[in-house]
Design a protein around this ligand. Structure first.
Ligand code: SIN
Ligand code: FE
Length: 292
């Protein structure tokens, strides 16, 4: 699979030589996923009870943890259990930070840590409305939390205890995808972006970039013909492995799998080695104007 860049790290705190740091940065910024087939996340014995979907409260797809407040959401259980899962997710968050700092020291001063999530529910057969259906190819975007041009990095770890892979498809390069849909996108009605913020529909003000990215996300998912015919390569990420990518750029879909840890980061475009490769700059060239 030519969209993966493999690294043989076996430890979350393992340093990487500078030649491989540069290669990994290049691969990442060229729309590849960095794949760490030998990097697993260990559950402590007393944490193994979390390996069942019944901890999820059903309403949310994922259990989510905010390491800046210590709050856990979407979880069923006693407060002691919530504290125990929160502490495991904190360990995952800290492990991913040390991993990123070791692979991409260039990003370290600018990296912003976001939510941590635990996904104990089987993907296959899970119902979702089309725009929320992650079995359809899409670039990531957050409707309520505009990124205002920043990159989204996600670190995934398949923690399935039964040896089951997480079955992904990786789609075509972002620019090719955007080129197909950009001509159909609509400019926002005057005043609407500010109003959404005023009414607290969004946490921050949606920029034109967020507006267009959200439309790309939705239109791409809603287009059955695109979903069927677009270039896509299946890959099953084995149990006990880790991978990461710019999920705002790498089109992805998940078909099956259960038990995943995921940590989100935001990265200002200016911290990239080559900001011209960002979706922000790609869309600005198509729109012929600034979008943030
Ligand atoms: C997604 O980000 O679209 C879902 C990825 C996954 O849960 O494997
Ligand atoms: Fe996604």
């Amino acid at each position: 699979m030519d969209r993966l860049f493999e690294l043989p790290l076996t430890d979350w705190n393992q340093p990487l030589d500078s030649a491989r740091q540069e290669l990994a940065t290049d691969a990442m910024e060229s729309g590849k996923a960095v794949f760490l087939p030998q990097l697993a996340f260990q559950f402590h014995d007393e944490e193994k009870k979390f390996l069942t979907p019944s901890w999820s409260n059903g309403a949310a797809k994922n259990i989510s943890y905010d390491s800046s407040t210590g709050k856990i959401q979407g979880m069923e259980g006693e407060s002691a259990d919530k504290a125990a899962l929160a502490s495991m997710l904190q360990r995952y968050a800290d492990s991913t930070t040390s991993l990123l700092n070791n692979i991409f020291p260039r990003y370290k001063p600018a990296l912003i840590r976001g939510r941590t999530s635990y996904r104990p529910v089987e993907i296959k057969g899970r119902a979702a409305k089309v725009t929320k259906d992650d079995t359809r190819l899409h670039p990531d975007q957050f409707p309520a939390r505009p990124v205002q041009g920043k990159r989204i990095i996600r670190v995934f770890c398949n923690v399935n205890p039964h040896g089951k892979g997480r079955d992904w498809r990786i789609g075509e390069p972002f620019a090719a995808f955007a080129q197909k849909f950009f001509p159909q996108l609509k400019a926002p009605f005057p005043g609407v972006l500010g109003l959404q913020y005023l009414l607290r529909i969004t946490r921050r003000r949606r920029t034109l970039y967020d507006h267009y990215m959200l439309q790309l996300h939705d239109r791409g998912k809603m287009d059955d013909h695109y979903q069927k015919t677009a270039l896509q390569s299946p890959f099953s990420f084995p149990a006990q492995c880790t991978w990461l990518c710019f999920t705002d750029e790498v089109l992805h879909a998940v078909d099956a799998g259960q038990y995943l840890l995921e940590q989100t980061y935001l990265l200002p475009v200016g911290a990239m080695r080559d900001p011209e490769k960002s979706p922000l700059r790609v869309l600005e060239r198509m729109a012929n104007r600034a979008l943030v």
